[in-house]
Design a protein around this ligand. Sequence first.
Ligand SMILES: Cc1ncc(COP(=O)(O)O)c(C=O)c1O
Length: 483
Amino acid sequence: MPHDTAEPNQFRKVDVKTALQYGQASGLAPLASWVQQFVTEAMIPEAPYTGGLATTMTLGNTDGFSKALEALSNTWIEGRQPIGEREGILCEEYTFMGGVSTARARGLNITPIKADHEGMLAYGKGGLADILENWDASTGQRPHLMYTVTIGQNPTGAIMGPKRRKEIYELCVKYDIIIIEDEPYWYLQYPSAMSGTHLETRSSTGSSFLDSLLPSYLAGDYQGRVVRLDTFSKTVAPGCRLGWLTAQPTLIERIQRITESSTAGPSGFVQSLIAELILGPDARDSKNSAKSSGWNNAGWCRWLEGLRGNYERRMNTMCDILDQGRDVISTPKRLRFPSSSTIDSWDIVEKTPAYRFNRPGAGMFVWIEVLYENHPLTAHFAPADLAAALWVLLTHKPYLVLVMPGAIFGPTVQIVKESGWKFFRLSFCADEDEVISRSTTGFINGVAAFWQMRDRDEVQALIDEAHAEDIEREMAAMSPGFC
Ligand SMILES: Cc1ncc(COP(=O)(O)O)c(C=O)c1O
């Protein structure tokens, strides 16, 4: 990147001198205008907005969500304001706690909605319609906001197809709810893991990669009630602290006012690096575009497709090994045969499923439900204690794996207590295939060894270790915003 350029057009000017100056809340002009063009012409061209979607740069999705909440909700303080003034937000049954913590800090009433492999349920017990129709006003106002991660949901890996999306959107129309769609994993949709129902083609975006992705809520947002969050955290690096927010223009204007009086625009250094990467030297040298080394839309999509391919391979590496470890040998029995028989004894082994999981259609995580009811000592320990024991055992030699306990992703105490202990979240994103193979093998061996344990004292010792002060502190320290 040059120190200085004479380029008079601010939409083409990418240089260190500009990057070092105070910038606009909307973002560095060349990058912000590329984002605007990419979103409206390539990513979501079908959005039914008369004047088009509007975008503004953020410091990533955590920042985008916090600003959207500031624009769209009032804070509530327990003990100072009547419960009837308390506003609320809906979210998935298990969700990314960074979002929940932000909403909780504003005093919002967090209301989880039952979810399955496609994410939030529209209908059925605990689904969106059920919760809204039977709203319990003693807990606060009926929520007017929804926080949702629809593609490669963190932690469950759920991926929402078009039919469910339409049902949820229509319920949001009926109950006047604004959808805040947080989609860091949208680009990581894995063709090999998607079921037929998901493979509905989009209107052509001009890129076969973008055409292969499920559409955003924005694509059908005929009422302007969707706010979408995108980030460079999962496509370039989390340390960029850079992303963007897409919504109707009125809201974008409010978000920019909030940015001016809080974070100010994102770092000029980072924005100019990303601008240089995507737009390249032709961003400032319009006469010499033949020299362009910028990625532009096509290169950006190639990069995303490459990332998707790598993560898909890692996901399959992990899931192939997990498939092998699902069933563990339980209750070995020796059958004795009469002495006249040519064989005098026979070992019978029964296989029991120790866990179940769905191969994620997108994202970075595998969500595993451990079936503690099938453990040989299930009658002697509370399932939550067995879960704590297994978690500790997995950290011991020779297994040496640290899995995220499901409880960390439970938005309410009730969910944590009722079912949080059933789940572990495994991540296949941050390591090479070889490390993923090694640690997933450690996981399945650890589970198998746990199922062989018959000595109650041995299991109790693991539970005691889990309850030891330092481990509880470590687990607590992981929870806020740990991705
Ligand atoms: C669902 C979800 N939203 C937001 C984030 C954080 O995004 P950012 O780094 O852009 O703030 C994460 C990180 O793991 C996430 O999983």
